[in-house]
Design a protein around this ligand. Structure first.
Ligand SMILES: C[S@@+](CC[C@H](N)C(=O)[O-])C[C@H]1O[C@@H](n2cnc3c(N)ncnc32)[C@H](O)[C@@H]1O
Length: 253
């Protein structure tokens, strides 16, 4: 390599130790592209709703390239209208999932994906003489942070010891080429997915159950007592550009 600048070469290993301990060798971009150009995979990369899961994601070599390809399709099909672009680009983003064991790689993977999303969106906004919207960027961040899990794909456990949970972002009342998209989020553990467990739309995983905090008053002492009452909650259907709000409602009955 002497005589050539380092940028000519992609860094495919970080250290010998990491290779030995975690099998960490990154796939060069050229090889990633060749693999994604294989028949059927190439077409899936151009399909906004086809789902990808990278079980040992590293810094996201494959996910980032799939996202690049999907974002190009969004421009091609919906680039004439910024609202459409915002909605369909978030839909494309919501189909990409990854698991990575090491914290630094998992963070880099999420950052790399956000950077691709942000740059592509910013470029489109400029083309339309508009500014990027915070709600779109916040929704992109929320989707990426839920779709990229730090954990062990073999044990199916995340770094905190709980099962890895993924969200399915299901289309609600979708009409072809609709200008805006509504989705409803449902959570599954990897075990649920592999077992084909059926869940009600909007149901969170038991490992991320949200509880309602009730403020009760003691009438005699006028004292406020905070009591945590467990209530079943579910995610409600929302515009995909509002998904960052993580809106839930109490399930009655
Ligand atoms: C060979 S590298 C490939 C990374 C990426 N897919 C690429 O092609 O550039 C393998 C990655 O898997 C991660 N890894 C190793 N064991 C894992 C496990 N049990 N679950 C999830 N990730 C794992 C390593 O930390 C490493 O980043």
């Amino acid at each position: 390599m002497s005589g050539l600048s380092e940028s000519v070469y992609e860094k495919i290993i970080k250290s010998k130790k990491r290779v030995q301990n975690h099998g960490e060798v990154f796939t060069p971009k050229r090889i990633v592209k060749q693999m994604l150009d294989l028949p059927n995979i190439r077409e899936s990369c151009q399909n906004l709703t086809s789902t990808f899961l990278e079980p040992a994601a590293g810094e996201g070599a494959f996910l980032v390239e799939v996202l690049n390809r999907k974002m190009k399709m969004v421009v091609k099909n919906y680039g004439d209208d910024l609202i459409r672009y915002e909605n369909y680009s978030l839909l494309a983003l919501s189909t990409l999932y990854g698991v990575e064991l090491l914290e630094d790689n998992a963070q880099k993977c999420a950052m790399n994906m956000y950077q691709v999303y942000y740059e592509a969106y910013r470029h489109q906004a400029i083309e339309h003489g508009a500014k990027v919207k915070n709600k779109v960027l916040d929704s992109a961040k929320l989707i990426i942070s839920n779709n990229i899990a730090q954990g062990n794909f073999l044990t199916k456990l995340s770094a905190n010891g709980n099962p890895i949970v993924f969200s399915e972002w299901q289309l609600v009342n979708f009409r072809k080429d609709a200008k805006t998209i509504k989705i409803q989020r449902t959570e599954y553990t990897i075990e649920d997915i592999l077992d084909g467990t059926e869940k009600e739309r909007g149901e969170p995983s038991t490992h991320s159950v949200k509880v309602e905090q009730l403020q009760l008053f003691d009438f005699f002492d006028d004292e406020e007592i905070a009591e945590t009452v467990e209530k079943r909650m579910k995610y409600v259907p929302v515009k995909i550009t509002d998904v960052y709000k993580e809106e839930m409602e109490v399930v009655h009955g």
